[in-house]
Design a protein around this ligand. Structure first.
Ligand SMILES: [Zn+2]
Length: 244
């Protein structure tokens, strides 16, 4: 990319960031959030093509965790409908990380009215995505426009506003931009974080599992495969690898 274009991009990003900061300050969004949501929540899998996409709902207030393959908006809509999730009730879409099967539909869902929730640790990974796309993927490039960019420390009050008790945590191990949604009930949405049993040569991932366990994670909702319990077994794996 030419330097001028790069700088123009950078200026655009800065303006967007300032815009959202001003909105947050003006509305005092964070201070108005209730800290103890009272609505029971549900978890539904609207995934397809071997990838799980999770919808966490507090009544009709919903969060989509992982956002679909590029070029599959019709499939996503059909899956949402089949599982009884009205698209208009999704308050935010969150990608656990910016790989094509997790964030490929982000821009198209923005156009459908679903804001993209981005953690600050993910911002730099977004423009890199397009390098992996082929024309046949029909990927619509994610722009910074309208993205809601927050720090992980800001995630709890934002989620509380949606009615969800939990937080979003940085969870490297599969990629540097990987984050996980951890609900206060112990359910954790980990994207592609490799399970401890196959992460024996990945000390970053093992340390992340240890961190999640300490934060109260008990049930893992991965992006691929079934839900599994985060029991005590992996602690031994972590200890043996000396990353505790
Ligand atoms: Zn991935």
């Amino acid at each position: 990319m030419p330097i001028e274009a790069h700088e123009a991009n950078r200026r655009h990003w800065d303006q967007e960031a300032l815009h959202w900061k001003q909105l947050r300050d003006r509305d005092q969004l964070w201070r108005r959030c209730p800290t103890e949501p009272e609505v029971a929540f549900t978890i539904v899998n609207v995934g397809y093509r071997s990838t799980n996409y999770w919808v966490v709902s507090a009544g009709t207030s919903r969060l989509l965790v992982d956002i679909g393959w590029p070029g599959t908006l019709g499939t996503m809509k059909a899956s949402l409908e089949r599982m009884g999730v009205p698209l208009r009730e999704i308050r935010y879409a969150l990608a656990t990380h910016y790989h094509m099967d997790h964030a490929g539909l982000a821009e198209e869902l923005k156009r459908e009215g679903v804001p993209l929730l981005v953690l600050d640790v993910q911002v730099e990974a977004i423009p890199v995505m397009k390098a992996w796309m082929k024309p046949a993927d029909n990927y619509v490039e994610i722009t910074p426009h309208g993205n809601v960019v927050i720090a992980c420390a800001e995630s709890r009050p934002l989620l509380a506003q949606v009615g969800i008790a939990g937080e979003i945590l940085p969870t490297p191990g599969h990629s540097d931009d990987s984050v996980s949604l951890l609900l206060d009930g112990g359910q954790v949405f980990t994207g592609d974080l490799p399970p401890p049993a196959v992460a024996f040569d990945n000390p970053v991932a093992l340390a992340t599992w240890r961190f999640l366990k300490e934060k109260g994670a008990i049930q893992v909702y991965p992006a691929h495969g079934p839900v599994w319990p985060l029991d005590g077994d992996f602690v031994g794996v972590v200890a043996r690898k000396g990353v505790v």
